[in-house]
Write a protein that binds this ligand. Sequence first.
Ligand SMILES: O=C(O)[C@H]1O[C@H](OP(=O)(O)OP(=O)(O)OC[C@H]2O[C@@H](n3ccc(=O)[nH]c3=O)[C@H](O)[C@@H]2O)[C@H](O)[C@@H](O)[C@H]1O
Length: 431
Amino acid sequence: MSHLDNIPSTPGKHKPDKAFRFHSSAASSSLSKLTLYSTLFLSVLIFLLLSSPSFTPSPRRHLSNGTHHNPLSLPHKLIGKSARPRSTTGHTVLVTGAAGFVGTHVSLALKRRGDGVLGLDNFNHYYDPTLKRARQKILEKAGVFIVEGDINDRGLLQQLFDVVLFTHVMHLAAQAGVRYAKQSPGSYIHSNIAGFVNILEVLKSVNPQPAIIWASSSSVYGLNSKVPFSEKDRTDQPASLYAATKKAGEEIAHTYNHIYGLSITGLRFFTVYGPWGRPDMAYFFFTRDIMKGKMINVYESPDKGIVARDFTYIDDIVKGCLGALDTAKKSTGSGGKKRRPAQLRIFNLGNTSPVPVSRLVSILEKLLKVKAKKKVVALPRNGDVEFTHANITLAMKELGYKPTTDLEAGLKKFVKWYLGFYSGSKKKSSW
Ligand SMILES: O=C(O)[C@H]1O[C@H](OP(=O)(O)OP(=O)(O)OC[C@H]2O[C@@H](n3ccc(=O)[nH]c3=O)[C@H](O)[C@@H]2O)[C@H](O)[C@@H](O)[C@H]1O
């Protein structure tokens, strides 16, 4: 049965409120007169209460980050339309970090195949927010609405769950980047730990609880030297605070799965790249700096060995995310009470073919037709690890995951997008 089965489907009737639980029950045509009078009476009472200057929102809407979402200010109509799947078999997904790189691609893919999608994003300034706004425009055109707010905002999350019956949460909001953690440790704790816990705190009590799919990271393998990295390998020697917070997220996921029966799937992404990517990542700022004739630093390991990454193309990652969502089992708790054990999974989503950073640079030089000014420097102790390589056997088996794009083909698509987007081309917003 679909989560929206109890909503009237007749076009034109109760249109603005169709996607909401509250109105779906109120729409019944068999209301008794008594109920009608009670409803009228209650409406008058609520109206009087709301018009009273002493009205304040309920305490549970107190927001931990100081911001405040007025419950009446949420655009319910847009939210309902965005979250409503095309058919009764579709999912209803809350995507956090929807204006982010992976979030945008995943939201679009879900919407295009008919799922209902509602985005949540705080549009922070970690990197140029105009890129996030441009992604938002693409999503809006596709019918995905993004609520502007923070994952630490408990009141806002509760309101969203009050009005939409989400079947899944695709939790992609995070403070990303391994090197920035030295500069701003607090933002990693705020988003990757406090924010994640805040979401789980809300989800533990939602009835029915949705299944959660969330972004962990290849960085949890830290200083491991055994390759390829398998999900069974140790993950207790992170090289950056970013990695440590993602590892903490995996442990936190275990706890909420164990106590509250939340179905949780963590995805360890391996250096995801592609069009509409993140400007803080090396392939992106190398492109920018090569074009500007600026010097780039290419890292090598302290023993002059190669530094390499299992670069993974965004479309492959999106398929992995959708595979994880489609195979996620239902959570088994309700009202904060677990009925039986729930699914808890973790998967590597990589490309299984590591490429040296020096090779990344030479592909970019070829595609941009510009020789890079480069300086080879020893890998600084700033959070980076020397090598990543994913074993994806488990994801192939369980999610049907099968990456198909090599670095050269993927960078070709990225460069095409980059040149169009930053040249002011009219086509720059095309997907
Ligand atoms: O898989 C992940 O979980 C992470 O992937 C990504 O981290 P990384 O794999 O470190 O990607 P990225 O910074 O692009 O550096 C790429 C390569 O360039 C090298 N590098 C970097 C900077 C520089 O100036 N020179 C250089 O050689 C550098 O040493 C590295 O070898 C995400 O940013 C992160 O949020 C997280 O998701």
